[in-house]
Design a protein around this ligand. Structure first.
Ligand code: MLT
Ligand code: ZN
Length: 468
């Protein structure tokens, strides 16, 4: 499809629709919306639009659809697969004005929110009313709930509480042609027709623009305990993960960090935080939560006994709120620490949990074969390993040509284990050339037809998920 460039006439039409101050063409705003948190990628939009109502989103979409102008929706720009990059130029639809929590329905344990609410702020408002929305991506202090729904985000608590898809009941969205629909109903069970809600969750802004979200909630939990377990061997740390579940425990978080991940994060946030003896190769950060503290102490004791089947260093039990905060900050800042340290590429591999040790070994073996260093960390309890491939002294030529081959080899092995390419970061722009490893032509054909039904002219978030 040949897209059209934006003209001065388009700009004045957008101004009529939204008001001048919400039509941005200055260099600073274009630059801000030219990137997200994905590596060092930059693609300039031609204009940034900031609609404030569903009617305005609808008017913009109808206008752009009629004139073949590409539109890329944007949340807080914290994505890690390039989903918000306007790779074909055109409009960035910046949803930051959609920042109202519309209704907390305490009786029904539901909240209706606009997509531009910061996830942590939503969680705090709900917590103050005894309600709990668990999904907590590492960027929860800055990401938007709309972006989380678009990417089907996870985060550390997914191991016990599930990911975003497990909480979305209903979505209001604007289709590329400007029509506005709700995808389902505000109910806990729904066997009525195709599940459009779940189709839209994780569709990476390619099917419609989300304008309202209804989430299911659960009662707030009152207590949690946290411990950090050092291991002499990273493979042992991965093996210990499954033992916890086999013994009948489901922690509320079970995170893995290779030595480099923790060391880089400590340096990045300048925390003298914890002692890191040279022989320690990896850590597990383990949290349990619930409403009965004695029960949690018992669980922690039982889990630490399981850990001692392996060669571990001294386990650190966080004994204050501040220490818990410090340990979580170290974990949550690993991604940023890696980014600040080196040119890198991040993969988001996921396998059936019991195969986590094999996944780690495969990453290291492929790294050795192709000459790359990796820093691995992530949601071990979900079998979800973030593999940060570090450029270090790899030549530019190898980085450009050899690395994609190495990633293909890695992904093939992941898929052969019953795993897949992305657990929570999405495919977006940077992983699309590997989709043929996860899906054959028939499967990809079905997905492309779905895209076509929603967006026959292909104007919405083009050049994402599929190669063509
Ligand atoms: C995390 O688990 O820290 C997030 O997915 C972010 C990241 O991997 O950079
Ligand atoms: Zn993650």
């Amino acid at each position: 499809m040949a897209f059209r460039k934006i003209t001065p006439q388009d700009i004045s039409q957008f101004s009529n629709m939204l008001g001048d101050r919400y039509v941005l063409t200055d260099a600073e705003q274009l630059e801000r919306c030219s990137h997200d948190e994905t590596e060092d990628l930059r693609h300039m939009p031609e204009v940034v639009l900031q609609p404030g109502t569903v009617e305005e989103v609808s008017a913009v979409m109808r206008y752009c659809n009629d004139r073949l102008i590409p539109v890329t929706p944007r949340g807080a720009g914290t994505g890690l697969s390039g989903g918000a990059l306007p790779v074909l130029g055109g409009v960035v639809l910046d949803m930051k004005r959609f920042k109202k929590i519309l209704k907390v329905d305490k009786e029904n344990f539901q909240v209706t929110t606009e997509p531009g609410v910061i996830t942590q702020e939503l969680q705090e408002v709900l917590k103050s009313q005894g309600l709990f929305y668990p999904p907590d991506p590492a960027s929860k202090g800055s990401c938007f709930i709309g972006g989380n729904v678009s990417e089907n985000s996870g985060g550390p608590r997914a191991v016990k509480y599930g990911v975003v898809k497990d909480y979305v009941l209903n979505i209001e969205m604007v289709l590329p042609n400007g029509d506005v629909i709700w995808t389902g109903a505000n109910v806990l069970k729904n066997a009525t027709g195709y599940n459009l809600t779940q189709l839209v969750v994780g569709s990476e802004g390619t099917l419609g623009v989300i304008t309202k979200i209804v989430l299911r909630l659960i009662p707030a939990v009152t207590h949690d305990l946290l411990m950090l377990v050092p291991f002499y061997s990273a493979t042992d740390a991965c093996k210990a993960v499954n033992d916890i579940f086999l013994a009948g425990y489901t922690p509320s978080a079970l995170e893995f960090m290779e030595r480099d991940a923790l060391e880089w994060s400590m340096r990045y946030i300048q925390s003298a935080g914890i002692d890191l003896p040279p022989e320690i190769q990896a850590h597990l950060l383990i949290e349990v939560d619930g409403n009965r503290l004695e029960q949690l102490f018992e669980d922690m004791e039982a889990i630490s006994a399981i850990m001692q089947r392996y060669k571990t260093g001294e386990i650190l039990f966080a004994d204050s709120h501040e220490q818990k905060q410090m340990l979580w900050a170290l974990r949550r800042k690993v991604g940023e620490a890696v980014k600040s340290n080196s040119v890198y590429k991040e993969e988001d591999t996921v396998v059936p949990r019991a195969l986590l040790p094999r996944l780690l070994e495969t990453v290291k073996r492929v790294g050795q074969e192709y000459g790359f260093h990796s820093v691995c960390y992530g949601h071990a309890g979900d079998g979800n390993l973030h593999v940060n491939i570090i450029k270090a002294n790899m030549s530019d030529e190898d980085w450009q040509n050899k690395l994609p081959q190495a990633i293909r080899v890695l992904f093939r092995e992941v898929v052969a284990m019953g795993g897949t390419l992305s657990g929570e970061h999405g495919i977006g722009f940077v992983q699309k050339s590997y989709m043929d490893i996860a899906f054959n032509d028939i499967q990809l054909g079905i997905m492309k037809k779905i895209k076509d039904v929603f967006d026959p002219k292909g104007i919405l978030n083009p050049a994402k998920i599929f190669v063509n």
